[in-house]
Design a protein around this ligand. Structure first.
Ligand SMILES: Nc1ncnc2c1ncn2[C@@H]1O[C@H](COP(=O)(O)OP(=O)(O)OP(=O)(O)O)[C@@H](O)[C@H]1O
Length: 213
């Protein structure tokens, strides 16, 4: 579904972050992507989504090489990227608008989109939150609403960047249950392998700009 080949990347004026990274994510893959703070996990997700572009190497999504902004436009609705910080993800005034944004953007009719919202809010354990204003939510609630927004999109792949951050024990258990029932491909980026040990079936490590093990 997604393959990156020989990826090299550095931020303007900065040191090399990725230096020849190769990775393949197949249908049904459940991958733990581990690495220390600053290893480049978020950067890799951003390159897969076309939010950054590699200095060298290839990003292939759903069978097609993607190099230009236009080529990434049909990739984004098919990949649910959970940002590390929920504040970066939520941008509508209310929960209903935010969670419905993805399905509406994909062309769903309003009634169908609102049905997806109800379903997703049930899954994250926050039914009845539709009319809450985003800025009144707690950090953990924001994270769960961001997850609901991804579920409502029904993407082919979930890329979750430190998904446990901001979640308490109950929130983490809800997320583990959601992911246990998730049938699409899944990549969890984390610097704490132990948290999702039971959730993933394959583990790789990002170190010195490349994938190991
Ligand atoms: N926009 C940016 N401009 C300059 N440098 C950046 C930018 N974003 C990230 N970096 C740097 O690139 C490196 C990789 O960062 P990245 O966020 O990809 O790592 P990470 O593995 O996700 O880390 P963490 O576990 O702390 O979230 C870090 O050294 C970081 O400081």
């Amino acid at each position: 579904m997604i393959e990156v080949r020989d990826l090299h990347f550095h931020y303007a004026g900065g040191p090399s972050v990725l230096s020849g990274l190769n990775l393949r994510i197949d249908q049904g893959d459940r991958l733990g992507l581990y690495g220390e703070n600053g290893a480049g996990k978020t950067t890799l997700f951003h390159l897969i989504m076309g939010l950054e572009f590699p200095g060298q190497g290839r990003v292939i999504c759903f069978g097609e090489p993607r190099t230009t902004e236009a080529e990434f436009q049909d990739v984004r609705p098919r990949i649910g990227l959970l940002f590390q910080d929920a504040e970066d993800q939520l941008f509508c005034p209310t929960v209903l608008e935010d969670v419905a944004f993805g399905p509406l953007n994909q062309g769903c009719r309003r009634a169908a989109a609102e049905e997806r919202v109800q379903e997703a809010l049930e899954k994250v354990g926050l039914p009845g939150f539709e009319d809450r204003r985003i800025h009144t939510l707690s950090g953990g609630e924001k994270k769960r609403i961001a997850i609901a927004g991804l579920l409502a999109m029904k993407p082919d792949v979930l890329l979750l960047d430190e998904p446990a951050a901001q979640l308490d024990a109950a929130g983490l258990e809800i997320l583990r249950t959601i992911l246990r029932d998730w049938h699409g491909a899944l990549v969890i980026a984390s610097h704490r392998p132990v948290v999702f040990k039971e959730t993933v079936t394959r583990e790789v490590f990002l170190k010195n700009g490349v994938i190991t093990g």
